[in-house]
Design a protein around this ligand. Structure first.
Ligand code: AP5
Length: 223
């Protein structure tokens, strides 16, 4: 697959596996991941003006206001040709802003990948997740453990549990998803861009399913 001009949105509930698959794609096909959650966490850690505004929303499991996210993503996307958007858009207002920006840039999306996953699995994945705070790479204590407990396989540094992966905040994040992000499935269904993936399968099988779907789409566009 040629990665030039491949522009993907990974859509799905918290814990569905968007970050895991975006990183796998980035490694294998050199399509860069742009994770709004990672960008926001970096801003929070550095105490930037954006981080200071975003922190309370993130800690509570709520969404950061649209105007902040849209401005952040407009500056991220200008000048880029290929990417996987992981965690954006997350509201209809964000999706409309993305459409307007991409139309202006003459950069249509290749596909929107919806990760279908049931609630029980989402909760188990989030509450057992371990993350490298520097790189954003994730593990799971049961489903995807590191070779040495508590240590990142690649970077070697410590991995930690995210504060918003506590049971209470996970419940809030899932409620926020139902209210504000789930409507995006219907939004994209009407565009013909939506590809639905069974995200309950093992990680490697999900990667293969996404790759096959994207390859079929890029071939169909070329022919
Ligand atoms: P963000 O960091 O984007 O969190 P999220 O969407 O809640 O997504 P997660 O990172 O929790 O889940 P994921 O789907 O990436 O799952 P992962 O691959 O890690 O956002 C955090 C906060 O930032 C938001 O709450 C909000 O406040 C703010 N924010 C971000 N974007 C925003 C926006 N656009 N607008 C407004 N606010 C925004 O996998 C989870 C676990 O499961 C891992 O342990 C993994 O190893 C395991 N796993 C993955 N796949 C499988 C599999 N197939 N089988 C078994 N285990 C698996």
């Amino acid at each position: 697959m040629s990665q030039a001009g491949v522009r993907l949105v990974f859509l799905g509930a918290p814990g569905a596996g968007k970050g895991t698959q975006a990183k796998a794609f980035q490694e294998k096909f050199s399509v860069p991941q742009i994770s709004t959650g990672d960008i926001l966490r970096t801003n929070v850690a550095k105490g930037t003006p954006l981080g200071l505004k975003a922190k309370s929303f993130m800690d509570a499991g709520d969404l950061v206001p649209d105007d902040l996210i849209i401005a952040m993503m407009e500056s991220e996307l200008g000048g880029r040709d290929s990417y996987i958007l992981d965690g954006f858009p997350r509201t209809v207002a964000q999706a409309e802003a993305l459409d307007a920006l991409l139309t202006r840039l003459g950069h249509p999306l290749t596909a929107v990948v919806q990760f279908d996953c049931d609630r029980e699995a989402l909760i188990a994945r989030l509450t057992g997740r371990w993350t490298n705070p520097r790189t954003g790479r994730t593990y799971h204590s049961e489903f995807n453990p590191p070779r040495v407990a508590g240590i990142d396989d690649d970077a070697g540094g410590p991995i930690v549990q995210r504060k918003d992966d506590s049971r209470e905040v996970v419940a809030e994040r899932l409620a926020t998803y139902d209210e504000k992000t789930a409507p995006l499935v219907a939004y994209y269904e009407g565009t013909g861009l939506l590809v639905r993936i069974d995200a309950l399968k093992p990680i490697d099988e999900v990667t293969a399913e996404i790759f096959a779907a994207i390859e079929a789409r890029t071939k169909a566009v070329r022919t």
